[in-house]
Design a protein around this ligand. Structure first.
Ligand code: OXD
Ligand code: MN
Length: 589
């Protein structure tokens, strides 16, 4: 890649990939309609149209997209961070020398768009008036990606004007290739602001704005420039008196992040306003507080399990067509009324077509919608969008929540003793895996800050960055750890979850405003049970005990596993964290 301006850079890509046409995406409403028309009538995947129009009476202005059956999730084993030195990518990343990776990718991209259209998408991550936003360009040969990018980011004029004819933009090169799982690579070059992604059309692999730029490249930039790019929701909780408390929340993929971001409080007088469901960019403001913005403008959420019961605000969002169309990817289809369906939405329709387009056989033991089927929808369609969403400064953060999915070991909620202890507790997070990445589900994997798949550099340096960040913050947010997913011996959830999680947020707010004291334990500060509002929940005393239990045997295994995780980083792990681990080992044994 030479140091040339915008147009010359595009021409270089045209020369390399040899498309039959170039389409300059401007992100306007008319443009989106044109792109959707191309997806309905011209472009194909396996001879099927890219988009099929769905019933406007059920989900207005929505489209069904079916991906290639092998291309339904992020492919972490083929995702690489190609920094010049392997140690700088760390044991948390796959690594290849950058020159070798580029050579391999250039061979794959050579002529790969023959007979296809190249879409050129200039876009902004962050608000046009913010000094912290980043200007980017993605090229792609997928109209599904082009439409998705228009929903998920600020595409068009403002980005194009910011670039001018400079070379100063984050570059993304994407092609579907042959959608061959053996020739599928997502290669990051953080030191060059470059991503090359080949062989997948799946959101997390192909919308380069998302995990690739907003997290992997941005976390690397944040380390160099003194800010944080995190896998976090941003919400504002308004109490009955109108006071607002802003929280960040990090959870591994498919652990209820989107449900928490759109939670409907069961307590009278409270409201939750959403700013983001996946990614937060965090800076220290001039006043010494942490400020967070969501660089994206849409939700790319997991469909199964979403319903009026579990997430009514998301259902309202999906039914609202005021801003942009909604895409449904790999959901099932109710063929009687041409509307999307997924497990958990409600009663199963009689005539159902599965996510691959075949009549659904309910005796097959398989789900009709893919477990990682998704919706892509504008955040502006959400009835609870915060009025601060378009504030370029972001919102001031008072609490940071780290959550995981564990059936045992990890209590329902606790607070760290202080910032450093919070960094320690989040550095030892381990969560049961889900369908969002194409590995096996249900296995405990260490996932500090829910960032292991997304940290664009060595995680030991990332922990150090978090520890050092503190020195610039004057108003420390509190740090909380949660686990909504504990089960009893029969496999029933001990905590009702969903909307009831708000009761835990309420306790956090009481801690932030110093209304309640709490109990010190080796794992952090836990609630005095009298301070939790559990009215109407009918949780048995014994189960309540389990939700806050520290089981020595389980913790022995946990610490063994954490020690192995830390050991991979050798001496690079901050000594503060090692000391906390030593102390925890003594305290729980
Ligand atoms: C996502 C993910 O798509 O975390 O947000 O996998
Ligand atoms: Mn995510």
């Amino acid at each position: 890649m030479t140091n040339v301006g915008y147009i010359d850079w595009i021409l270089e890509q045209v020369k390399l990939t040899k498309p039959s046409a170039v389409y300059w995406v401007d992100g306007s409403r008319e443009d989106l309609e044109r792109l959707i028309g191309i997806g309905m009538n011209t472009e194909k995947i396996d001879n099927n149209p890219v988009f099929v129009k769905l019933n406007d009476d059920v989900f207005p202005n929505s489209l069904l997209h079916r991906s290639h059956p092998s291309d339904v999730a992020r492919t972490e084993h083929l995702t690489y961070v190609c920094l010049p030195k392997k140690e700088d990518a760390g044991p948390n990343n796959n690594w290849m020398p950058p020159e070798e990776a580029k050579e391999m990718m250039s061979k794959l991209f050579n002529g790969c768009m023959q007979g296809r259209t190249m879409y050129v998408i200039p876009y902004l991550l962050g608000h046009p008036d913010s000094p912290h936003s980043k200007v980017c360009v993605q090229i792609t040969d997928s109209v599904y990606v082009a439409v998705s990018m228009c929903i998920m980011t600020r595409v068009g004029k403002e980005a194009r004007e910011r670039i001018g004819d400079s070379n100063n933009f984050v570059k993304g090169i994407h092609s579907l290739g042959e959608l061959d799982p053996q020739r599928r690579w997502i290669m990051h070059f953080p030191h060059e602001n470059l991503v090359m992604s080949f062989g997948s059309g799946y959101g997390g692999n192909a919308l380069l704005s998302k995990k690739c730029f907003s997290l992997r490249i941005a976390s690397y930039l944040g380390h160099a420039e003194g800010w944080l790019a995190e896998h976090m929701i941003i919400i504002g909780v308004e109490d009955p008196a109108g006071n607002m408390t802003y929280f960040l929340g990090a959870f591994p993929s498919a652990c209820g992040k989107t449900n928490l971001a759109l939670i409907t409080p069961p307590m009278a007088g409270y409201k939750v306003h959403v700013l983001g469901d996946d990614i937060a960019w965090i800076h220290v403001g001039d006043d010494g507080r942490l400020y967070a913005v969501n660089p994206e403008t849409g939700f790319f959420g997991v469909a199964p399990g979403t319903s009026y019961k579990t997430n009514p605000k998301m259902m309202d969002t999906l039914k609202n067509d005021r801003f942009q169309p909604t895409l449904f990817t790999n959901v099932a289809l109710d063929s009687d009324n041409n509307s999307p369906w997924w497990e958990g939405l409600g009663e199963r329709p009689k005539n159902l077509v599965d996510w691959q387009g075949n009549p659904y056989d309910s005796t097959s033991g398989k789900t009709a919608a893919h477990p990682n089927s998704r919706f892509t929808v504008s955040i502006y369609n959400c009835p609870t969008i915060s009025k601060e969403f378009d504030n370029p400064v972001g919102v001031p953060i008072s609490g940071i929540i780290f959550g995981i999915r564990r059936t045992n070991t990890i209590p329902l909620v606790r607070e760290s003793f202080d910032w450093d202890h919070g960094v320690f507790l989040s550095s030892i997070m381990g969560s049961e895996t889900t369908a969002a990445a194409s590995s096996q589900s249900g296995i405990v994997r260490r996932d500090p800050m829910a960032m292991v798949p997304f940290c664009g550099y060595n995680m030991a340096d990332y922990f150090r960055h978090w520890l050092e960040f503190k020195t610039r913050i004057k108003h420390m947010p509190k740090i909380f750890m949660v686990n909504w997913f504990m089960k009893d011996d029969k496999g029933n959830f001990l905590w009702p979850g969903f909307g009831e999680n708000f009761r835990i947020l309420k306790w956090m707010m009481d801690r932030i405003s110093n209304k309640v004291s709490a109990v010190e334990t080796p794992l952090g500060v836990m609630p005095d049970l009298n301070d939790l509002d559990l009215s109407g929940l009918n949780i048995k005393e014994e189960n309540l005990g389990r939700l806050f239990e520290i089981n020595k045997e389980e913790w022995k295994n946990e610490i063994d596993d954490i020690e192995k995780f830390y050991a991979q980083f050798g001496e690079r792990i901050p000594v503060e964290l090692k000391n906390y681990l030593k102390k925890l080992k003594d305290d729980v044994s």
